[in-house]
Design a protein around this ligand. Structure first.
Ligand code: ASP
Length: 320
C-alpha cells in the first residue's frame, strides 16, 4: 500500500488491486491547531489516543469484522478520552452544561441512526447505533432518546462525568472574551471504514461548539451534513457546523462521485477547500471510497487525523 501525502493535508492511498484491502480513518477535530500551541506531552497524548482508536478498529477489520463495528470502536475510544470534544471532555454550552450529538451510517444498506442533545449517555455513538438497529427511526433527541438508552441498557452517567476542568476554564475564558487556551474549542471525533467485504461505514460524535446556546444542534448528527456513507463513499466532517449543514457537505462529496464521476480526492477538496472557504466555513473531512482511497482535506490550521490499512501501519498527523 502506497500512501502519498501532498499539500493541504490530503492523503491518498490506493489499495493494490487484487489484494483484499481494508482501511480505517479517524479524526479528532479541526481548528486553529499549531505546533506551538501544545507542549510535547500534550501532543504525545493526542497522538497516542488517536493511535489507540486506530488499533482497536484495526483489530476489528483484520479479523474480518464489519466496518460499522470498527467505526463504533474507534469513536468510543475518543469519546472516553477527555482530550477530545465528544463524550467525556465535551465542550460546554453557554449555560455550562454538556449536550452531545452523534450519528452513524452503514453504507451497505444506507441505514443510519442519529442522536442529538443528549446529557447523560456515556457513548452517544452507541445510542446512535441502537436508533439505527433497534428502532424504525433515524434521528432521536433529548429525553426520548435517553429513555431508549435506559430501555436498551446503554450506559448512562451524570453530567459531572463529562465536565473537565479544562473545559470549564475554556468556557470562562471565552465568556470573559480573553483568548482561548489551546484545545478548548475543537475536537469533534469521527471515523470512516472499509471492511474486507468491501462495505463502507461512517460515524461522528461531538459536544458541538463551545458556548453554544442550549438546544443548538450542529452538523454531526445530521445525516448528509456531518456524516454520510453509501456503497461508493463514506465521510465524517468537523468544523463550523452551520456551514456544513447548509452545504450538505458529506452527501455533496459522495454525490459528486456518483453523479459526476469525480474522484474522492477531487470531490472532497473542491467542497472543503473551495466551496466552504468561499462561504467562510471552517473545518475538514475524512473521506474514504470503496477502493480504499483516502482524502483528509481541511481548510483550518490543523486537523487531528490518522489512518491504518491492512499493513497495520498507523499514521497520525495534526498539522498541515
Ligand atoms: N461540527 C461540530 C458542530 O458544529 C463542531 C466541530 O466539529 O468542531 O457541532
Amino acid at each position: 500500500v502506497n500512501v502519498a501525502v501532498p499539500m493541504h493535508g490530503v492523503a491518498t492511498a490506493f489499495a493494490r488491486s487484487g489484494t483484499p484491502g481494508f482501511r480505517l480513518v479517524v479524526h479528532g477535530g479541526a481548528g486553529p491547531l499549531r505546533s506551538d500551541r501544545y507542549t510535547p506531552d500534550q501532543e504525545r497524548a493526542f497522538r497516542a489516543t488517536l493511535d489507540t482508536a486506530l488499533r482497536l478498529g484495526y483489530a476489528v477489520l483484520s479479523d474480518g469484522g464489519p466496518s460499522l463495528d470498527a467505526v463504533q470502536a474507534a469513536i468510543q475510544v475518543l469519546e472516553d478520552s477527555p482530550l477530545f470534544n465528544a463524550g467525556r471532555g465535551a465542550v460546554l454550552t453557554s449555560a455550562g452544561t454538556v449536550e452531545l450529538d452523534a450519528s452513524i451510517m452503514d453504507g451497505r444498506q444506507r441505514t443510519a441512526g442519529s442522536v442529538a442533545g443528549l446529557t447523560r449517555i456515556k457513548n452517544p455513538i452507541a445510542l446512535a447505533r441502537v436508533v439505527m438497529e433497534r428502532t424504525p427511526h433515524v434521528m432521536m433527541a433529548g429525553e426520548g432518546a435517553e429513555a431508549l438508552a435506559w430501555e436498551q441498557g446503554i450506559p448512562m452517567v451524570s453530567q459531572e462525568y463529562f465536565i473537565t476542568e479544562e473545559r470549564k476554564r475554556g468556557l470562562e475564558t471565552l465568556q470573559e472574551s480573553r483568548p482561548l487556551p489551546s484545545g478548548s474549542v475543537h475536537g469533534t471525533v469521527g471515523a470512516v471504514a472499509l471492511d474486507l467485504d468491501g462495505h463502507l461505514a461512517a460515524g461522528t460524535s461531538t459536544g458541538g461548539l463551545i458556548n453554544k446556546r442550549p438546544g443548538r444542534i450542529g452538523d454531526s448528527p445530521i445525516i448528509g451534513a456531518g456524516t454520510f456513507a453509501n456503497a461508493t463513499c463514506a465521510v465524517s466532517a468537523t468544523g463550523s457546523g452551520e456551514h456544513f449543514i447548509r452545504n450538505v457537505v458529506a452527501y455533496d462529496i459522495c454525490a459528486r462521485m456518483e453523479y459526476r464521476g469525480d474522484s474522492l480526492q477531487g470531490a472532497a477538496e473542491d467542497v472543503v477547500l473551495r466551496k466552504l472557504v468561499q462561504e467562510g466555513g471552517e473545518g475538514g473531512v475524512i473521506a474514504l471510497d470503496k477502493h480504499g482511497n483516502v482524502a483528509t482535506p481541511f481548510n483550518s490550521e490543523g486537523m487531528f487525523r490518522g489512518w491504518i490499512g491492512a499493513d497495520g501501519k498507523a499514521v497520525v498527523e495534526i498539522y498541515r
